[in-house]
Design a protein around this ligand. Structure first.
Ligand code: TXA
Ligand code: MG
Length: 343
């Protein structure tokens, strides 16, 4: 299949949306930018189209997809019930990087979207391209991140081309995504709302609106998670990645030790710690600016794949705000490995 790039701004934009809508309506895949990462979209009511998402990504079939909508009212078409807490959350954070898990209505969405679960994840993305597409088509779009399964999520159209050229009909190029890590997933089917994946909206922000929120025990650990996708190896570059804790190790010593063993090292870290002894140093923002680190993390992980580094060290970030999501992704990308554990 020939993959076409459509650039979202400029005079042709309206025609582009029409073309993308046509492709989706005829059961094809369209990748598009959201405020978090690029999504790989199919009509959520078209079982065959949804199955082709799993094929294109190489995604395990037990991993459900988030359904994107362009209008808050559409929630009632897919969720069995919508209580006050849900309303408050949608009013406060939609459109935005928050996915809400509801009990689903039966026989509305294609079965593969929810991978056999009784629940469905819904989100209204805060990106002009995504919203325009959703509003033009007036149908729900199922969309996981537009990467091959296991790879870092795409934050630029070129990342989507790298992974999925020839597998999708259209990639809408809307530039770099702003948030850079995926949406927060909040389960509303538990007694106390539970975060299944930390993301663009923080726990503190949620609690300010609805009071206490819990965190799934599996977040940040290697236990069986309730968001099925969280159990798989994720976001991983080619070379082994180790999370590097500044409190327990010195970067220059680590680099020297790696060099002494005849290996090359790429470092992913903050500007302030730039070390020219590293074979590659990819800066992802300023030390205490987790939002910058979130925005640049996946690009840096993909840049590591363009080097011939044998080892990647990713420096721990602080856990404020979206920093928790950044550390969650780094932990996953490392498969739980830290630099100390390598000694
Ligand atoms: O920011 C985002 O959420 C991006 C953009 C494209 O919207 N999408 C995204 O989708 O990250 P994906 O498929 O890469 O990750 C979705 C995660 C998976 O871990 C999946 O298991 C979980 O959401 N999930 C989806 N539906 C669920 C459900 N009903 N219950 C629990 N977890 C669910
Ligand atoms: Mg993903």
């Amino acid at each position: 299949m020939k993959t076409k790039r459509l650039v979202a701004d400029g005079t042709e934009a309206a025609t582009h949306y029409e073309e993308a809508v046509q492709a989706l309506r005829s059961g094809e895949l369209v990748a598009f930018p959201t405020e978090t990462v690029y999504g790989l979209g199919a009509l959520a009511t078209d079982e065959e189209a949804v199955q082709s998402i799993f094929t294109a990504k190489g995604r395990p079939s037990d991993n459900p997809l988030i359904v994107h909508i362009g209008d808050q009212e559409q929630v009632r078409e897919f969720a069995r019930s919508v209580d006050d807490v849900a309303e408050q959350l949608m009013d406060a954070f939609w459109p935005g990087p928050l996915t809400l898990i509801f009990y689903k209505k039966e026989n509305v969405l294609a079965p593969s979207v929810t991978a056999g679960l009784e629940t469905v994840g819904l989100r209204m993305p805060d990106h002009p391209v995504a919203l325009q597409l959703l509003r033009a088509i007036r149908e729900p779009i199922a969309a996981p991140s537009a990467n091959k399964s296991g790879k870092p999520s795409p934050t630029e159209a070129d990342h989507v081309f790298t992974d999925l050229d020839g597998d999708v009909r259209v990639i809408i190029d809307g530039g770099s995504t702003a948030v850079g890590v995926e949406s927060t997933i909040l389960d509303l089917t538990t007694d106390v709302p539970t975060i299944l994946r930390p993301g663009g909206v923080t726990k503190e922000q949620l609690e300010r609106v609805i009071g206490p929120v819990e965190e799934d025990v599996a977040v940040g650990k290697e236990e069986a998670p309730r968001a099925p996708g969280m159990k798989y190896m994720h976001y991983a570059p080619e070379a082994p990645l180790f999370v590097f804790n500044l409190a327990t190790a010195h970067l220059n010593e680590a680099i020297a030790a790696i060099h002494a063993s005849g290996q090359k090292v790429a470092v992913v870290g903050p500007e302030e710690l730039y070390d020219d002894e590293a074979d590659w140093y990819f800066t992802i923002g300023r030390l205490h600016h987790p939002d910058e680190m979130a925005a640049n993390l996946y690009r840096a992980l993909r840049q590591c794949d363009l080097t011939d580094a044998d080892v990647i060290l990713a420096i721990e970030t602080d856990m404020h705000g979206v920093g928790q999501a950044v550390m969650n992704r780094l932990t996953k990308a490392s498969g739980g490995k830290t630099y100390e554990s390598k000694q």
